[in-house]
Write a protein that binds this ligand. Structure first.
Ligand code: UDP
Length: 369
């Protein structure tokens, strides 16, 4: 008999497993995939840690979370600085003085601020109601048209006028020459990959992979006093109130016999016509070197194609609009009636969580137990 059955060996599940085990509980972790680490899973190909379910860059302002992950990995000094490619024109991201200089030829912060103000005034937006209005208010129409509109419509499969403003607020806007994509105090990539980090978290804990919870639910449930479920909340209830919408991503991975494909970890294709949203060149998360500091002769790239999720696809991004928010609330009400089960993580809470937020959410939940 276990105290806790944890469904899902991603970050949320693994943090819970570690903490509960250290508190003296008996824990079993299961995952339907044949590996641990959920969507932060990395796999070594020709010495390169490939982020198999999309690029993950750890960044946080939460010192407690940062100190915690240090226990399981040493982080390198990677700083995310994606480049935007708009029909062959390259721009720095996030939106900063390099971007404004390239877009408008402005040199000083004052000139950049004036340009943004002019474009915002022209659009006549006082209170942004959606992503388009929010974007124009933040950076003006030119940047919206070239660097945001196409990318966002590909990423979300919806018009920018139908998307919530908060999505774009993830990105900083700065009147300084600073290409760091994040405002976080702490940032980096675990040396040796995320899989190793999660394996360290799960050390000494019973983990069974390739186990489908729903196929064996009553049997598994009967083995544990409590369940922590980190899968999609609507799947738990067999979609009985309807399916929540997710965006899924398809990755086209290629191993290339050249040492440098694009000179950066991430290049975003921000026009509407290019079918992929971005290309990740994984070796640059670790400066093009293996763990011993040797240069890697080959490279692995992943083209990301965003699509609407259908039953059977991998869910990646919750679509946090009003309609889905309401449906989620109904599922949450059902979840609250499941005395034995705790729902958590990006899929369990239907939230666009970053890794550090997932860890903090697990801490908060654990404190309630
Ligand atoms: N975004 C954009 N252009 C870019 C990068 C991002 O318009 O070149 C917008 C887009 O709407 C996206 C959001 O900003 O969904 C958040 O981007 P982020 O890179 O944080 O998304 P993630 O890495 O989680 O996919």
């Amino acid at each position: 008999m276990y105290d806790y059955l944890i469904v899902g060996a991603g970050l949320y599940g693994s943090v819970c497993a570690r903490e509960l085990t250290d508190a003296g509980k008996k824990v079993l972790v299961i995952d339907k995939r044949d590996h641990i680490a959920g969507n932060v899973y990395t796999e070594k190909v020709e010495g390169i840690n490939v982020h198999k379910y999309g690029a993950h860059i750890f960044h946080t302002n939460d010192k407690r979370v940062w100190d915690y992950v240090q226990r399981f990995a040493t982080f390198n000094r990677f700083t995310n600085s994606p480049v935007a490619n708009y029909k062959g024109e390259l721009y720095s991201l996030p939106f900063n003085m390099y971007t404004f200089n390239k877009m408008w030829g402005v040199v000083t912060p004052q000139e950049a601020a004036k340009k943004i103000e002019e474009q915002k005034a022209e659009a006549g937006i006082t209170e942004p109601k959606n992503l388009e209005e929010q974007a124009i208010s933040l950076v003006g129409r030119d940047i919206y048209e070239k660097l945001i509109k196409g990318y966002t419509e590909k990423q979300w499969g919806r018009d920018c006028t139908d998307l919530p403003a908060f999505i774009i607020k993830r990105l900083p806007v700065r009147l300084t020459f600073d290409n760091n994509y994040f405002n976080a105090l702490y940032q980096g990539i675990p040396i040796g990959g995320y899989t190793k980090m999660v394996a360290n978290m799960l050390e000494g804990i019973e983990v069974r992979t390739s186990v489908d919870y729903f196929a064996n639910k009553s049997e598994l449930d009967s083995e544990a006093a409590k369940v922590i479920y980190t899968g999609p909340i609507d799947a738990y209830f067999d979609y009985k109130l309807g399916t929540l919408e997710y965006r899924s991503v398809r990755f086209e991975n290629e191993l290339l016999a050249q040492d440098n494909f694009q000179g950066n970890a991430a290049v975003n294709y921000t026009d509407r016509e290019t079918p992929w949203t971005r290309i990740i060149e994984h070796k640059w998360f670790e400066f093009g070197k293996d763990e011993n500091g040797n240069d890697l002769p080959k490279t692995v790239i992943s083209r990301e194609y965003s699509s609407e999720w259908k039953l059977g696809d991998e869910p990646y991004y919750p679509v946090n609009d009003e309609k889905n928010g309401n449906l989620y609330q109904q599922y949450k009400d059902l979840a609250e009636k499941e005395d034995k089960v705790i729902f958590g993580g990006r899929l369990g809470e239907y939230k666009y969580y970053d890794m550090d937020q997932v860890i903090a959410a697990a801490f908060n939940k654990l404190a309630e137990l």
